[in-house]
Ligand binder design. Structure first.
Ligand code: NAD
Length: 388
C-alpha cells in the first residue's frame, strides 16, 4: 500500500537530541474507562517528538518493513505540493489537525485509491466527510488521545485572559514595573458564570477542572450529561449556544466543526453577551466568524479571546487574530504535547494494524465507515443525534 503522512515541519533548530524531562507520566485509563491505544508494538520512546516529519509518528520503519511505500511530507498546499502530487495513487492518508492535510471534495475526487484517512489526534473536519461517505471511505481518529491536554490548555487560557497574565509577563520581560498598567484589566474568575459549549470529553473535563475555582457552571450540548454529574458540579443546562451566551462571563467552545456549528459565534451572538465577556475556543477556528471576533475585541464587547485553532492552518502571517487586541492565541498546540503525541501515534498504529489485518477499527475511533457516520462519528458529527 502507499501511505502518505502529512506532518508538521521539524523544529527550526533541528530534531531534538534531548528533552526537558526524562519521562512522561503513565496514564492507566481515560476518565470514562476507555482503554488507551493498544497496538501490538511501538517503535518509539513515549515523550519523543513524533508529530514532525523526522518523528514520522514512529511508524515509518515499521510500515516500510511490512513492504509499504511511505511518503512523509509537510508540503501540503496547492497543486504542486508533494501531498497533492503523491495523492492520486495513495491508499491511506494520515495527518494531524495541527497541520491538516485538507482532503477537500476535489482532492478526494483525484485520490482514486484512497480508502482510509486517519486523524492522528481528534477532529476530522479537514476531511470532506460527505464526500468520504459517498466514496465509501473509512475515516478514523484517535478519540480521547489529547482531550485532557486540551482541557488543561483551556483552563490555562481562561485564567490567562481573566487575570490578564500575558501583558503582565510582557511588562516583566521588557524591564518594567508599573503595577497600575499591569492590573487595570485584571479580574478574578471566582464568582463568574462560565459556560461550556459542547460538553463531550473535553468540555466535561473543563467543567470538572473549573469547578474548584468557585464559579457558576453552565453548559449546552445536544445531550444532557448524567444527572449525577449535573448535580455534583451544580450545572445549569441551556438549550443552545444563544441561550447560554447571554448568561455567562466566560464561554469555552468544545463542539466539533459541522454544518451546524460553522460560524455560530457571529456579531449577533456576540452582541447578546455581557460586555467584557471572554471566549476560549480550542475546538475549531471556523466555529467563530473571524472578523466578528476582531470587531468585538476592538469595541470592548469582548474583553479577551483565546484558543489555538485558526482557519486556515497554518494561519497566514497577516491573519487578523495575530494582532487583534486582548488575545491570548497559541498556534494549534494544545493537543500536541509530547504525551499526547505518544498516545495518538500509538493509536494511529493500532488503527493501521487493524486495517491491514481487516479487523474492525474500534467504534470509538470510527468517524465514517461503510457509507455513513459510525461510532464516535454518529454521535458527535452526524446532523441528527443517533442516540440520546
Ligand atoms: P466529543 O465528541 O467528546 O465532544 C463533542 C461534544 O459536542 C459532544 O458532546 C457533542 O454532543 C457536542 N456537539 C456536537 N454538535 C453540537 C451542536 N451542534 N451543538 C451542541 N453540542 C454539539 O469530542 P472532544 O474530544 O470533546 O473534542 C471536541 C472537539 O475539540 C473536536 O471535535 C475537535 O474539533 C476539537 N479538538 C481540538 C484539539 C486541539 O488540539 N485544539 C484537540 C482535540 C479536539
Amino acid at each position: 500500500m502507499k501511505i502518505i503522512a502529512v506532518l508538521y515541519p521539524d523544529p527550526v533548530t533541528g530534531y531534538p537530541p534531548a528533552y526537558a524531562r526524562d519521562s512522561i507520566p503513565v496514564i492507566e485509563r481515560y476518565p470514562n474507562g476507555q482503554t488507551l491505544p493498544s497496538p501490538q508494538a511501538i517503535d518509539f520512546t513515549p515523550g519523543e517528538l513524533l508529530g514532525c516529519v523526522s518523528g514520522g509518528l514512529g511508524l515509518v520503519s515499521w510500515l516500510e518493513g511490512l513492504g509499504h511505500t511511505v511518503v512523509v511530507t509537510s508540503d501540503k498546499e496547492g497543486p504542486d505540493s508533494e501531498f497533492e502530487r503523491e495523492l492520486p495513487d495513495a491508499d491511506v492518508v494520515i495527518s494531524q489537525p495541527f497541520w491538516p492535510a485538507y482532503l477537500t471534495a476535489e482532492r478526494l475526487e483525484k485520490a482514486k485509491n484512497l480508502k482510509l484517512a486517519i486523524t492522528a489526534g481528534i477532529g476530522s473536519d479537514h476531511v470532506d466527510l460527505k464526500t468520504a461517505i459517498e466514496k465509501g471511505m473509512t475515516v478514523a481518529e484517535v478519540t480521547y488521545s489529547n482531550s485532557i491536554a486540551v482541557a488543561e490548555h483551556t483552563v490555562m487560557q481562561v485564567l490567562a485572559l481573566v487575570r490578564d497574565y500575558i501583558p503582565q509577563y510582557k511588562i516583566v520581560t521588557e524591564g518594567g514595573w508599573n503595577i497600575a498598567d499591569a492590573v487595570q484589566r485584571s479580574y478574578e474568575l471566582e464568582g463568574m458564570d462560565v459556560g461550556v459549549f459542547g460538553a463531550g470529553r473535553i468540555g466535561r473535563a473543563v467543567l470538572e477542572r473549573l469547578a474548584p475555582f468557585g464559579v457558576h457552571l453552565h453548559y449546552s450540548d445536544r445531550f444532557h450529561l448524567p444527572d449525577e454529574v449535573e448535580k455534583s458540579l451544580a450545572l445549569t443546562f441551556h438549550d443552545d449556544i444563544h441561550d447560554l451566551a447571554k448568561d455567562i462571563d466566560v464561554l469555552t467552545v468544545h463542539a466539533p466543526l459541522t454544518d451546524e456549528t460553522r460560524g455560530l459565534i457571529d456579531d449577533e451572538l456576540l452582541g447578546t453577551m455581557r460586555r467584557g465577556s471572554y471566549i476560549v475556543n480550542p475546538a475549531r477556528g471556523s466555529i467563530a466568524d473571524r472578523d466578528a471576533i476582531v470587531r468585538a475585541l476592538e469595541s470592548g464587547q469582548l474583553a479577551g479571546y483565546a484558543g489555538d485553532v485558526w482557519y486556515p492552518q497554518p494561519a497566514p502571517a497577516d491573519h487578523p487574530w495575530r494582532t487583534m487586541p486582548h488575545h491570548g492565541m497559541t498556534p494549534h498546540t494544545s493537543g500536541s504535547s509530547l504525551p499526547s503525541q505518544a498516545r495518538y501515534a500509538a493509536g494511529t498504529r493500532e488503527i493501521l494494524e487493524d486495517w491491514f489485518a481487516e479487523r474492525e477499527i474500534r467504534p470509538e475511533y470510527t468517524i465514517v465507515k461503510g457509507g455513513a457516520y459510525a461510532g464516535t462519528g454518529a454521535r458527535s458529527y452526524a446532523a441528527k443525534p443517533a442516540q440520546s
